[in-house]
Design a protein. Structure first.
Lengths: 787, 174, 296
């Protein structure tokens, strides 16, 4: 492990809970199949919901005939958008725009859009009845490509675009009409024309990323019921229970305290279970029927519910002959599908990083969130960054090779260092750009000769580095409760979806309180029990919730020490917390339980520590798009690969994969390592073969039979992960997020390696064998015709 | 609605019976009738392995297997391998090697690994990949799962060396 | 799934009589892996399924007869085939092809008969059996008949089987001495994907020239096909690189792949060319290492 520790940053305490290889707290639960998932929840009297979905990409609804479906024996009811209006008069929801109707009203905007719901006690009956609902459509012209849709002056996905006003950074958005661009972000830093004039060479390329699916193995699922007092209790596989509560309460015009949202372990999230998915619909159904209602999506339905943005990135870069990037102009069109979901935030948050981890004199960035008639796109492990890194790191290699400079040297020359301002104007602090790049070079043995092979199989190597700003502004609140016997519960809204947050939070609390991490219990998100957390997304939890938990634990510790000081007469500063209690200078030791028992005269009471974390942030200037505090911290990830390209089939095989990430401080090194490698393998699927294929808006391959994800045989022969620690001054124990870091650089690293192997450049992911062979044949001037 | 049919079978060693619809799948019946929540339908096409169930000593995809067909059979799920306090050697190995992240695919992985080790007590990486390739992990904990299978194999070999039969070694030792 | 009734006959005669009906929604089901998928997606909504499970004891044998012909019982699971020493001795090509066919759970349940009767061109066994001149024995109420595999598989998901007929045996004639072969499977997406192209190739050498070549292609084509033109071209030739190259060109010219998400028709034709050439090279090399399977 490479490590770059700076002075002045607190490391773990002597108890060493932070940085210790703690096994996941839920290990036994998961290997015995007992771990709780909402997928497993059934309640008495429950109805199953099955959704009738649009078969047309863009159409007006002339009529819906539910009669035959309602008459099928066993069907409880069939619900349409009109029925929803009776309980929710303004049924449009969404985190960035209130644009998504709970069930379609007057129009459908993508294939797979929910139009009606069948309810039955037998899920098979409900499913059968969905085929009996007749929908009469008047077809409209559909728009599928982001660039074409952005230009359209005649066809619009939405008549009016209504901003939600939820996020501080998007508060200034105004309603729009007669456009498919829901939101745009522009950055202007420096005199672009002057800088381009200084350039010896100017390069311009367009890169595209395809639409892909998160595909968590636990299907998206929600169960809603009314409580005895008529309040709503929503059990949902959600990454953002606090947001669900706020949004459902808003839709109903209820106070938040009438909506309770809870979750459990998630069988994978990756961004698919963010903000609000099925919850508004299922809550409305529970209100209409006054019965518990459960909706669990099939794998096919997941493809129509949320996806990752396809994106077109045009990038123009001016360089000097000695390899300095002096100017960059980058335009990005994000294919947001029919509903904005979190796309506008992707547009801005990723948009401002489009110039890459480089120190550039003048930068101009334009980023457009575009509606199309495809399934909605949101955040998927990287919040749009991998699509941008795909462009700028592919182009970095093109430029370096054109200039005759080694690709690593080119990056070294331009890398953005600490103390220098990013394109946004934010000065880089505690960012591991240099450290990650150098570790990558070392791991890849870049300075050693490389055998490119001969014959039909050629070998190549490539690397890439990407940077991501933590999404801001966001808030986390945590409670740390020391119970009457001194045992500890951590109450936090971070959802453990496999990233190991329960374990990390327990380690942080334990470290502060002098406990064993394994003895700490982490209470799962329940808005009636755990305090507010913005969401589990964007690699934010370790930093934000980690800080909140640390502060809450310190608050509890302070109170406990104060009690003990009162009881013993020692000054609080003279007391030390260790081994689950407080040690006094005279050698006496009091467990937390002892202290509480002395306070209350028996085993009773508790000490509740509260921690709240909200990092400073300044939103971008409306004209320049700049801000001197654009993000609380940066993530840096580097990927290096060695590939074999079969020049007869076009097949690319990654034989060696190196993933390097800066995590600030590894709270749990094993989990950090697996987050990095897991993200890297996932990105490998997006790079080599995963792609949602559409025919008139319908997903042709909406199943795991035809949408293939990486399996055992796709593992590279050599897989190496390197953790770099450049501690962050504001991170808990110096830590930063790591969940997406492994995703950032892989796609361009592979394309760069393919070029190194066979001398062809691929501008669009995935790098399927056909795409690679076609490029090879084009180069040779002998492309095949149709057979 | 078709007629219910009562089936009798052994579930994790105990005799049980359940009235099922002819079209009910094994995963549906095991969850509805016996709360065997380790058996999970994800892809619904027998490709991901989350619904892996052992029927008469053979791993099958519970999502593609009609429940009526287990009448008279011996059915095993992860619930029958070990308990929270007494894990089976394969379960222990998955904990030690951290062979999971979100845990949703884990019971299926453990069922397949258990069956593999009964057939082949010392599999190579290649053999593990062949056997497990029908189980998918979206968190991509594949390297750790392979390590866990090797670790489990060591544990089982130690047990058989100590005189346990392979059939008893695979279960949690009580 | 839609409701249906499941009948479980005890004998072949009983099964055939249950199937002898004009109702098109009565279907036999063996392992059911393919049928369950069709029923779950409501592509197929039967009223009655006739389960063949109880016929398994009499129709799942794998054996060699006195003439050395291999008999695969239609209700033998693909896993039975994979693990059969009889099959491995007969040709390791089948044994090894089984290891990459779908997954262990499917192979535990799916049967030889179902695998053939499904008529899916992406299956791995049909091209191998076709190259080995296998025949399918079929029973119906009207009697028995035997059909060679190329005639059995009539098109995309279609076979010569009548709805009231069942496969009762699959016969692979004894292999001539010195026939070595391979099955080459090309996947375009993940490694565990369905094949985009499958090639079974067998060669027999005599006096330094190819005495016999057998080549069958599947997956890229709408049904598995024997490339007889390629076979006759190779006969009598020295197994030089140029000959295999030319044979591969011939193979590609003779197939008409369908475009799908895995590749365009033109690309698939290129892949057929590469796979046929590589399969022939491997089949030749397999003489010294006793057959095999390659996964590209």
């Amino acid at each position: 492990m490479s490590k770059v520790l700076e002075s002045g940053v607190p490391a773990g305490t002597e108890q060493g809970q932070v940085g210790r290889a703690v096994k996941r707290l839920e290990s036994q639960a998961k290997v015995t199949g007992r771990a709780e998932y909402i997928h497993n929840l059934e309640v008495p009297g429950m109805l199953h919901a099955k959704v009738v979905r649009s078969t047309i990409a863009h159409a007006r609804i002339r009529g819906i005939d539910t009669q035959e479906a309602k008459e099928l024996p066993g069907v409880y009811d069939v619900i349409t958008g009109e029925d929803i209006l009776k309980v929710i008069p303004d049924p449009y929801y969404g985190p960035a725009f209130h644009d998504q109707p709970i069930l379609a009203l007057d129009k459908v905007r993508h294939v797979g859009e929910p139009v009606a719901v069948v309810l039955a006690t037998d899920v098979h009956v409900a499913d059968r009845a969905t085929d009996l609902v007749e929908i009469d459509y008047e077809e409209l012209e559909p728009l599928f490509h982001e660039v074409e849709s952005a230009k359209s002056e005649t066809t619009f996905v939405h008549d009016v675009i209504r901003p939600a006003g939820t996020f501080a950074d998007l508060k200034t958005l105004q309603p729009r009409a007669k456009t498919n661009v829901s939101m745009e972000y522009h950055l202007r830093n420096g005199d672009l024309d002057a800088a381009f004039a200084k350039a010896d060479r100017v390069f311009e390329h367009t890169f595209r990323s395809q639409q892909v699916s998160h595909l968590p193995l636990e299907p998206i699922v929600t169960l809603a019921q009314l409580t005895d007092t008529g309040n709503l209790l929503i059990h949902t596989a959600s990454q953002s229970p606090s947001f669900v509560r706020i949004e459902v309460a808003r839709l109903l015009g209820w106070p938040e305290n009438k909506v309770r949202v809870r979750t459990a372990y998630l069988g994978g999230g990756f961004g698919a279970k963010l903000y609000i998915k099925l919850e508004a619909l299922v809550a409305a159904l529970a209100l209409i029927t006054q019965r518990p209602v459960r909706l669990s999506l099939t794998m096919e339905e997941q493809f129509y519910t949320i996806t990752r943005h396809a994106a077109t990135v045009t990038i123009r870069t001016g360089v000097t002959n000695d390899g300095r990037i002096v100017a960059r102009d980058c335009k990005t069109w994000w294919n947001g599908g029919a509903y904005a979901d979190i796309g506008p935030r992707v547009t801005q948050k990723s948009g401002f990083t489009a110039a890459g981890p480089y120190d550039i004199e003048a930068v101009s960035l334009d980023s457009y969130a575009v509606y199309t008639n495809l399934p909605p796109a949101g955040a998927l492990r990287g919040f749009g960054i991998p699509q941008l890194v795909w462009a700028y790191e592919s182009q970095a290699d093109i430029i370096a090779r054109e200039l005759g400079i080694d690709p690593l040297e080119f990056r070294r020359k331009n890398i953005l260092r600490n103390g220098r301002p990013h394109a946004t104007g934010t000065v880089m602090e505690d960012v591991g750009t240099v450290e990650v790049l150098e570790e990558l070079a070392r791991k890849m043995r870049w300075d050693e000769p490389f055998d490119h092979g001969s014959g039909p199989i050629r070998r190549g190597r490539g690397l890439a580095i990407g940077i991501k700003a933590a999404v801001s502004p966001t808030t986390s609140v945590a409670f740390v409760n020391l119970y009457s016997d001194g045992s500890c519960g951590v109450y936090c809204g971070t959802v453990d979806m496999g990233q190991g947050s329960d374990t990390a939070m327990a380690q942080i609390a334990a470290d502060v309180l002098g406990l064993e991490a394994e003895s700490v219990r982490v209470i799962h998100p329940d808005t009636e029990v755990t305090p507010y957390d913005m969401a589990t997304l964007g690699s934010r939890s370790t930093f934000h919730m980690g800080n909140a938990v640390r502060l809450a634990a310190e608050d509890a510790k302070r109170q406990m020490v104060a009690l003990c000081a009162e009881q013993t007469g020692f000054a609080p500063e003279a007391l030390a917390v260790q081994d689950g209690g407080v040690a006094a200078p005279d050698g006496s030791f009091f467990t937390y339980g002892d202290i509480l028992a002395r306070r209350f005269g028996m085993q009773a009471g508790n000490v509740l520590g509260v921690g709240s974390y909200f990092p400073y942030y300044k939103k971008p200037d409306a004209t320049t798009g700049m801000s001197d505090h654009i993000t609380p911290y940066w993530m840096v990830g580097g990927s290096g690969v060695e590939v074999e390209v079969d020049t007869e089939t076009g097949k690319v095989r990654i034989v060696r994969l190196v993933t390097v990430g800066d995590c600030g401080k590894a709270i749990n090194p094993g989990i950090v390592k697996r987050q990095l490698s897991g993200a890297s393998f996932m990105q490998m699927g997006f790079t080599l073969f995963e792609e949602m294929v559409f025919d008139e808006g319908q997903v042709v391959n909406a199943s795991m039979a035809d949408y293939k994800i990486p399996g055992f045989w796709d593992l590279p022969e050599q897989n190496e992960v390197s953790i770099v620690e450049v501690p962050h001054r504001n991170g808990p124990f110096g830590a930063k997020g790591i969940g997406e870091t492994g995703s950032l650089g892989l796609s361009p690293a592979v394309a760069n390696a393919v070029y190194d192997a066979v001398g062809v450049r691929i501008y669009e992911t995935p790098l399927t064998p056909e795409r690679v062979l076609r490029a090879l044949r084009e180069q040779q001037g002998r492309v095949w015709g149709d057979a | 609605m078709a007629e219910l049919q009562t089936i009798r079978f052994r579930l994790n060693g105990r005799p049980v019976e359940l009235a099922v619809q002819p079209y009910e799948t094994l995963v549906e019946a095991l969850r509805r009738g016996f709360q065997m929540y380790s058996v999970r339908e994800s892809c619904g096409q027998g490709l991901c392995g989350c619904c892996t169930v052992n029927v008469d000593g053979r791993a099958v995809s519970g999502c593609l297997y009609l429940a009526v067909l287990v009448d008279g059979c011996d059915v095993q799920t992860v619930e029958g391998l070990g308990t929270l306090n007494q894990l089976s050697p394969v379960q222990e190995a998955f904990v030690e090697c951290e062979g999971f992240q979100c845990g949703f695919c884990t019971p299926g992985m453990i069922m397949m690994a258990t069956q593999l080790l009964q057939e082949n007590p010392d599999p190579t990486d290649e053999e593990i990949k062949h056997y497990m390739s029908g189980n998918l992990c979206r968190c991509a904990a594949y390297p750790e799962i392979i390590a866990a299978v090797h670790r489990a194999a060591e544990k089982l070999r130690a047990q058989t060396a100590a005189g346990n039969t392979p059939a008893t070694a695979i279960m949690a030792q009580r | 799934m839609n409701p249906f009734q499941l009948l479980q006959p005890e004998t072949l005669e009983e099964a055939l009589s249950l199937l002898n009906t004009d109702d098109p929604s009565v279907r036999p089901v063996a392992g059911g892996t393919a049928l369950m998928l069709m029923m779950k997606s409501k592509v197929f909504t039967p009223h009655t399924l006739v389960s063949l499970q109880r016929l398994k004891p009499s129709l799942s044998g794998i054996r060699l007869d006195d003439a050395g012909d291999l008999h695969l019982g239609p209700l033998a699971s693909l896993r039975d085939v994979e693990r059969s020493p009889v099959v491995a001795e007969f040709t390791p090509v089948i044994t090894q092809a089984m290891q990459t066919l779908s997954n262990v759970r499917v192979r535990n349940v799916a049967t030889v008969g179902g695998h053939l009767a499904h008529g899916d061109p992406h299956m791995d066994l049909p091209p191998i059996l076709m190259a080995l001149d296998a025949r399918v024995r079929i029973s119906g109420q009207a009697g028995e008949r035997e059909v060679a595999l190329p005639e059995f598989l009539t098109g995309y998901y279609t076979t010569v089987l009548n709805p009231s007929e069942l496969i009762t045996d699959v016969v692979v004639p004894a292999l001539p001495n010195g026939l070595s072969g391979t099955y080459l499977k090309y996947t375009a997406l993940s490694a565990d994907d369905w094949p985009m192209c499958g090639v079974a190739a067998f060669v027999r050498m005599q006096g330094g020239v190819v005495a016999e070549a057998r080549v069958a292609v599947s997956a890229a084509t709408e049904r598995p096909v024997r490339l007889t033109g390629v076979e006759s071209f190779l006969r009598g030739r020295r197994p030089a690189a140029e000959a295999f190259e030319e044979a591969a060109e011939l193979a590609a010219a003779g197939v008409h792949p369908l475009a799908d998400i895995r590749g365009s028709s033109g690309y698939k034709r290129e892949i057929v060319k590469v796979c046929v050439r590589r399969a022939l090279e491997q089949a030749l090399a397999a003489r010294t290492r006793n057959g095999g399977v390659a996964h590209e």
